[in-house]
Write a protein that binds this ligand. Structure first.
Ligand SMILES: [Zn+2]
Ligand SMILES: [Zn+2]
Length: 206
């Protein structure tokens, strides 16, 4: 599986280009800004983008949904409980980021257990609420893309609508830290980590 991390937008969101090595069919996870950069890199890598997947609906993860969707014809996918964010005006925050809000509505509504398939790759949709109601993680062989749920020595904030500290802690313990220790966690901001490292060193769980 090809995985490329791009740091995009004013809030330095991690956008991931993830693709099948053989067919070069792929997905964009969280196009949170810098649409032209994302499209340029996808073209350099020779990718055909099948889906745009938002790990959740916050503006810093969805800001470039429109240009990427328009340029690639990809289907836009998000968990059903966060779909409303896409078509809501995210207000001053969006304007501060210079983003046209609301953006396009979802083409695909995701649920726990769904599968995102591209080329010979499969990623499993795992519902990971707490940072937002409809937060998801995408789990593959040895990898998890976990959005703003878990960070290297950090966890997601819970002060935005739909956030809950209790839910977040439960989600992380039961859905993420239960993955094999050598699983690489590609987070919504900051460097990648592993599940084992977070179990050992994350100050919230030690
Ligand atoms: Zn967020
Ligand atoms: Zn974020």
């Amino acid at each position: 599986m090809l995985i490329e991390r791009l740091v995009v937008g004013m809030l330095q969101c991690n956008c991931y280009l993830v693709a099948s090595e053989d067919t070069k069919e792929g997905i964009v996870i969280d196009p949170g800004g810098d649409g032209p950069l994302i499209l340029e890199r996808a073209e350099e890598m020779g990718l055909s983008i099948k889906y745009i997947v938002n790990t959740h609906g916050h503006i810093d993860h969805i800001a470039a949904n429109r240009p990427v969707r328009e340029a690639t014809g990809a289907q836009l996918a998000i968990h059903k409980d966060d779909a409303e964010w896409l078509i809501s005006d995210q207000g001053d925050y969006a304007r501060m980021l210079g983003v046209q809000s609301p953006g396009p509505a979802a083409d695909v509504l995701l649920e726990e257990g769904d599968e995102i398939a591209f080329g010979s790759e499969r990623l499993q949709v795992v519902h990971t609420p707490g940072h937002s109601l409809g937060g998801i993680s995408l789990v593959g062989d040895g990898v998890v893309f976990c959005g703003d749920t878990l960070f290297a020595d950090g966890v997601g904030r819970v002060d935005l609508p739909g956030g809950s500290w209790e839910t977040l802690m439960d989600t992380i313990k039961t859905r993420l830290l239960s993955l094999p220790d050598d699983t690489t966690a590609y987070t919504g901001h900051g460097p990648p980590t592993t599940i084992g490292r977070e179990k050992q060193f994350n100050s919230w769980f030690r």
